[in-house]
Design a protein around this ligand. Structure first.
Ligand code: IPM
Ligand code: MN
Length: 346
């Protein structure tokens, strides 16, 4: 029996609606186990920014660091200029908490509809780098709004940063059946970063002799993900390629409503953060119709991270069973959450 401190950042749009169902399912999964979660809610996102001008204050960050794990709904709202909340809340959390592994599994559950024809097994995990690449804000603009404007967005790739995520990806691959790792980059054009990634994979590979690895350029990887996604087992890639590829991965495996993720700090120096891949979906916010499944699956990833693989499996099995039982009837967010919680309780 363990007591955990859980920081809850429900955030914007549908965030609070899906997080409520995620917490409901967390309670269901831990019922009778003696495992408890004491939650602290953090008011971050559009409402806070409009009221105070704050994004993530130093105090928020310190308080969040006092927790074991974080559950996040969604950050982003059309009433706030693009980038303010993303660069002000979400990315600072990932960076400051050193969540260098962005873990994004994709599985096509029986009963889910893929837009792909003749797709059989989809079961892979993307290990997306989470703290470097073009996401770090290393750039600037000159002569803004003139015909001579110049903008740079320089990707940062450190040997340290690449090596630790590559090693993590090899480790994930070594624990799976197929033990196959694919590095995705674009080293025929992005020669500096691309070759750093390639050399790093070559250097780490001997530590994992039972893992086979190969390489695909990002453009070719999108073709394979469309024509033969069953080829993939584990993919390791940089922050931006991973962002794009995991939206494609979600689209082919049941849709963005089912895509879960963990922003993991494997060294456990700071809390890891679990969140659905989807955004705040302002178009359907407040209507109670968002699918909470991705948040519930993210709760499953959180339980696995905390060392409860059997509880994590119950959560995932519940989502899979719910998918198989779907009959096309429209359900509310709460109805889906209740159905999942009931299945988790068994
Ligand atoms: C994601 C999102 C974020 C990202 C945005 C909101 C900053 O698209 O989690 O995939 O690009 O990482
Ligand atoms: Mn994304």
């Amino acid at each position: 029996p363990q007591a955990y401190r859980l920081a809850v950042v429900a955030g914007d749009g549908i965030g609070p609606e899906v997080v409520a169902e995620g917490l409901k399912c967390l309670a269901a999964a831990t019922e009778g186990t003696g495992i408890t979660f004491e939650t602290t809610e953090f008011d971050l996102g559009a409402k806070r920014w409009h009221a105070t001008g704050d994004t993530l204050a130093a105090d928020d960050l310190e308080a969040i660091k006092g927790h074991d794990v974080i559950l996040l709904g969604a950050i982003g709202d059309p009433s706030v200029p693009s980038g303010v909340l993303e660069r002000g809340v979400l990315l600072p959390l990932r960076f400051a908490l050193d969540q260098y592994v962005n873990l994004r599994p994709s599985r096509l559950y029986p009963g889910e509809v893929s837009p792909l024809r003749d797709v059989d097994a989809v079961d892979f995990v993307v290990v997306r780098e989470g703290t470097e690449g073009p996401y770090v804000g290393n750039g600037g603009a000159l002569r803004v709004d003139t015909p001579h404007e110049i903008a740079t967005e320089v990707s940062i790739n450190t040997r340290h940063g690449v090596e630790r995520v590559v090693r993590y990806a090899f480790d994930v691959a070594s624990k799976r059946d197929r033990k196959q790792l694919t590095l995705v980059h674009k080293h025929n054009v992005l020669v500096h970063a691309g070759h750093l990634w390639r050399r790093t994979v070559e250097a780490v590979a001997p530590e994992f002799p039972d893992v086979t690895w190969d390489y695909l350029h990002i453009d070719a990887a999108t073709i394979v993900m469309t024509t033969n996604p069953g080829k993939f087992d584990v993919i390791v890639t940089d922050n931006l390629f991973g962002d794009i590829l995991t939206d494609q991965a979600a689209a082919i495996s049941g849709g963005i409503g089912l895509a879960a993720s963990g922003n993991v700090n494997p060294d456990r120096t700071y809390p890891s953060m679990f969140e659905p891949v989807h955004g705040s979906a302002p178009d359907i916010a407040g209507q109670g119709i968002a699918d909470p499944s991705a948040t519930v699956l993210s709760v499953g990833l959180m339980l696995d991270f905390l060392g409860y693989p059997e509880l994590a499996a119950r959560v995932e099995d519940a989502v899979a069973a719910d998918a198989a039982a779907k009959d096309g009837t429209a359900r509310t967010t709460v109805q889906v959450g209740d159905a999942l919680a009931a299945r988790i309780r068994g």
